[in-house]
Design a protein. Structure first.
Length: 129
């Protein structure tokens, strides 16, 4: 079973993503955190295969979370999500080694597909065949 950590300060969105993702792929275990501090605490206590994080959060934002993850957990893939325009986030993310992100949206299908492509690459390959 793969673990994905959803980090977002909007509890409703956090729960919607967690429920939708486990409905789409029941073999995933979805963990949640409300900010970067909570996420780092989760990472210390539970193995995580991927982190999906909002960038704008109180206490510790997504940029700082990514920076610390690069130092402490460089092997864990991170998918940032944001409602901010691409031109505002592309350069700061690139400085952290992140070349792509997803726009925060109510169309969860695209987000779920991105997550599953990272966590279950064999599934993406077999679906394309």
């Amino acid at each position: 079973m793969k673990n994905v950590l959803i980090v977002d300060d909007e509890k409703t969105l956090q729960l919607a993503l967690a429920c939708g993702l486990t409905r789409r792929e029941p073999s995933l275990n979805v963990l949640t955190a409300g900010n970067g501090f909570e996420a780092l605490a989760r990472l210390k206590t539970c193995p995580v295969d991927m982190v999906v994080t909002d960038l704008t959060m109180p206490l510790m934002n997504g940029y700082e979370l990514i920076r610390q993850m690069r130092e402490l957990y460089p092997e864990i893939p991170v998918l940032p999500m944001t409602a901010a325009p691409r031109e505002l986030v592309a350069e700061p993310l690139a400085a952290l080694g992140i070349t792509s992100h997803i726009e925060k949206t109510t169309d969860f299908d695209r987000l779920f597909t991105c997550i599953l492509d990272v966590l279950l690459p064999e599934r993406a390959c077999s679906a394309a065949a």
